[in-house]
Design a protein around this ligand. Sequence first.
Ligand SMILES: *Cc1c(COP(=O)(O)O)cnc(C)c1O
Length: 367
Amino acid sequence: MIKFLDLHSINKPYEAAFLNKMTAMLNGGWYILGKEVVLFEKEFASYCGTKYCIGVGNGLDALVLVFKGYIQLGKLKKGDEVLVPANTYIASILAVLQADLTPVLVEPKEATYTINPSLIQENITPKTKAILAVHLYGQLADMEAINSIAKQNELIVIEDAAQAHGAVSNWDTKKAGNLGDAAGFSFYPGKNLGALGDAGAVTTNDEALAEVLFSMRNYGSKVKYENEILGTNSRLDELQAAFLNVKLPDLENENEKRRQLAQRYLREIKNEKIQLPFWDESKNHVFHLFVIQTKNRKELVAYLKENGIETMIHYPIAPHKQEALYEWNQLSFPVTEKIHEEVLSIPLNSVLEEEEIQKIIKVLNEY
Ligand SMILES: *Cc1c(COP(=O)(O)O)cnc(C)c1O
């Protein structure tokens, strides 16, 4: 069976370095907000090209904290509307809700799966205060258009960069995390830069926001037992930071391998029943996922399984159709719904072997 994602193999090359970090931590006896977190924050900010990186507990918290940080700074307030793509992982929407803001769903462009800038304008009301752009599957949202609309309407732009570590915009060479006012990253194990547990970060160039978030993630305190604001506990774990410090230097390489494999799939998979993803071949895509579309997904999944190829669906149910968001179940987002019915993710990662890649291509071509 060709696994969709083999995390053991992905982390294998780093095992010796991970063990060294573990030993150093055991010898050091310091487990929370230590030098590994500080180092990671410095290195990841530098990688993204931002002034600040704030390490937090996970990707959802990163986004929630950005929103709460802006509320703390008086730039957002309860009930403000935030434009969010209808086609996203539910975490993007939950982040808005958890900060007591109101998500307003906007359809994506079908070709890129990211928020459709030409539909943003018509969803702007006097209450609209921010846009949450999601770089879904690893491809940057159309940030040039989004930033220009935001500027005209005085909106805050936040990136959900959980799937796009290292993606580079092809109009100004800035990276994901540095294309809006603030960004949330996840280092969930399966992400392009993945920890061995939960981890996340915020990146921003906004000094005031960074200052609030460094405090907010740690009980609203900068000096121990002095609480200036109502904070939470969402610190980046010291050990996870150590693992991320081991893996970060390899991220560019990993992303390049992903792009090369994507390019190969795009050239060699030829089947009328399969629609391949759109990509302009620039570095604005880091192929967190390689997502194809097909009319009869159930049949294709079964066929691939029979042939020893594991696939996944990102995502099977649109957020507005989830039971948890029952108030929205009657809303209609036809582009989003079609995407959720037809998408299928095939294995794409840096540890697939040549024979496995050949088999995936051949089996898909023979379908
Ligand atoms: C993974 C992911 C998140 C959430 O990250 P966690 O670390 O699991 O909390 C948010 N948004 C998107 C688009 C994601 O893929």
